[in-house]
Design a protein around this ligand. Structure first.
Ligand code: FAD
Ligand code: SF4
Length: 517
């Protein structure tokens, strides 16, 4: 007789790792199933060539684009999921992101819950993930019931100068919210050493607030928690009514195993969660589990992003660069009637990481070697909201492989954001700048493969005809099935999705706890 668990959680990333933490501490008997292993701790964690050129920590998955062309997606299968590699910029969505917003290519729909509904969970997530920030500095942010648990991470001198130049130019820069375990008041005892290999790299010293370090590790010793690694869930089985998941089918060490839980939470990431539901079709759910609405897999979003290295005459010796943000163009302005998005920093350029971009860089700046480019660059990330359109979708073929069909929306808004960014550079003493585009962060030659910010494929809502999940992220059509990762987003906003996934996992965890009480 198979052991029964209170809750089976599939995937240990931002959604699953946070949910596991919440439910374990509520005393629930949990089985955490993770297809990956622990990310190995090795010097390669902090080696740019290994991470960005060799793609050591990217999955070996093959997915297919709209034309059936194979590509390697930017996904990471480890305990902690994508957060093992993330930049740990932990932003809240803006209050307006929860309402309807008109964009150049259509409507970003309202969420069934408001910012006020999410606010307490944002605060709790910021406490749990030890976010560093400076509340009130960003004019677009919503109200907060609690201050950030840690002071903002300071700017290094070159960034401080840029911050001041921006402010002098009439902009409203702010200290970006960072999830790193840095104690600037007590550096000798700080877990984080403030290094230059953070955004996009794993943290060798476990000082990033990722879902493994914060969510999973602290609960592993508990008697009510079991985690199985290298355990890929391939199918969910239901009873004959189709209303209850009765079996979680796992492929482990080449064997098929089946587990049972009163509640099953799918937290495999937006693409893999859709894949699992689609591949779990049965007589009662012929189009895929919980897919009577035909919405599973649809409305895939991942941001329109542009990574830009701006070179100036002076060197930029910054190590931890991700300390600055600007939301002055997040919404419309007097010069442009649509929202444009967020500007923030990415990890500091590194010649080794730029190697893959060499032909482009040589064309752009023939007078510079890659070392010079990296030494002088200030590295930015521009991000515009893309829209949930039904044709942008995940499907699976008869062998269960993932097909990702995607066409961009709102590219005009990104172009406008870029124009504003160029004006900004003139204000911050980089008038004689060179600007170049680089995409080593995405490390993809097919844009659709840069799916770091994937969301939206199993959206929540109040209407079962247009959504898969109810407001508690429970499937409308199945009584014990939840999806608790970035899949539930009805729209993506223009800031990074991680904190919203974590806050939502705490919210849903609270609901599951009350339901099981
Ligand atoms: C390089 C990079 C930088 C980023 N930077 C930021 C940032 O600065 N700020 C931010 O907010 N966000 C950032 N993100 C995005 C952020 O990491 C994701 O939004 C977030 O981790 C998504 O959470 P999730 O729970 O949906 O999925 P994940 O965190 O990816 O977790 C999914 C988990 O499910 C597991 N899994 C998948 N399929 C199965 C299966 N069938 N069976 C069992 N387990 C399975 C996976 O191995 C993984 O562990 C970044 C992402 C990347 C890749
Ligand atoms: S900056 Fe801190 S958290 Fe980031 S990789 Fe370095 S030591 Fe780890």
């Amino acid at each position: 007789m198979t052991e029964n668990y209170d809750v089976i959680i599939i995937g240990s990333g931002a959604g699953g790792g946070t949910l596991a933490h919440a439910l374990a501490n509520a005393g629930k008997k949990i089985l955490l199933l993770e297809r990956g292993d622990y990310l190995p701790r090795e010097l390669e964690n902090w080696d740019a060539k290994s991470v960005f050129v060799d793609g050591t920590y990217m999955s070996k998955d093959t997915w297919y684009d709209r034309d059936g062309k194979a590509f390697q997606p930017q996904v990471h299968y480890f305990v902690g999921g994508a957060t093992k590699l993330y930049g740990a910029a932990l932003y809240r969505l803006r209050p307006q992101d929860f309402g309807e917003l008109t964009h150049v290519d259509g409507i970003s729909p309202a969420w069934p819950l408001s910012y006020d509904d999410f606010e307490p969970w944002y605060s709790e997530a910021e406490q749990l993930y030890q976010v560093h920030g400076n509340g009130g500095e960003d004019p677009t942010e919503g109200h907060r019931s609690e201050p950030y648990p840690w002071p903002a991470v300071s700017h290094e001198p070159r960034l401080q100068q840029i911050y001041e130049d921006m402010a002098k130019g009439g902009y409203h820069p702010f200290h970006a919210p960072c999830g790193i375990l840095l104690n600037e008041a007590d550096r000798p005892n700080s877990t984080c050493i403030r290094c230059a290999t953070c955004d996009g790299y794993p943290c060798l010293v476990h000082a990033k607030s990722d879902a493994e370090v914060i969510g999973v590790r602290p609960i592993l010793g508990m008697p009510n928690v079991t985690m199985l690694r290298n355990s890929e869930v391939t199918k969910l089985e239901t009873d004959s009514s189709g209303r209850t998941v009765t079996g979680v089918v796992v492929s482990r060490d080449g064997n098929r195993e089946v587990y049972q839980g009163d509640i099953v939470a799918v937290c495999a990431g937006a693409v893999n969660s859709a894949k699992l539901l689609l591949n779990s079709a049965n007589d009662r759910h012929p189009n895929g589990l919980a897919n009577g609405s035909d919405q599973v897999g649809r409305n895939y979003m991942f941001h329109n992003s542009r990574t830009v290295a701006a070179l100036s005459e002076e060197e930029n010796p910054t190590r931890f660069q991700k300390t600055l943000g600007l939301n002055d163009f997040y919404f419309d302005t007097k010069d442009y009637q649509y929202p444009m998005g967020n500007i923030q920093m990415v990890g500091k350029s590194n010649a080794e990481a730029m190697r893959g971009e060499e032909p482009h860089l040589t064309w752009f700046a023939p007078e510079f070697g890659l070392d010079e480019v990296a030494k002088h660059s200030v590295d930015w990330w521009l991000s515009t909201e893309d829209l949930p359109i039904p044709e942008n979708r995940v499907t699976t073929d008869r062998d269960g492989n993932i097909h990702l069909t995607y066409s961009h929306t709102n590219l005009e808004e990104l172009d406008h954001l870029y124009k504003e960014f160029e004006k900004l550079l003139n204000h911050i003493g980089m008038a004689k700048h060179h600007v170049l585009h680089k995409n080593y962060y995405c490390h993809m030659d097919i844009p659709v493969g840069g799916c770091a910010h994937q969301v939206g494929t199993v959206r929540f809502g109040t209407d079962p005809a247009t959504s898969v999940l109810d407001v508690n992220c429970k499937a409308h059509e199945v009584d014990n099935l939840y999806v608790v990762d970035t899949s539930f987003f009805p729209s993506i906003g223009a800031v990074n999705p991680g904190l919203t996934a974590m806050a939502n996992a705490l919210r849903v965890g609270d609901h599951i706890r009350s339901r099981m009480a």
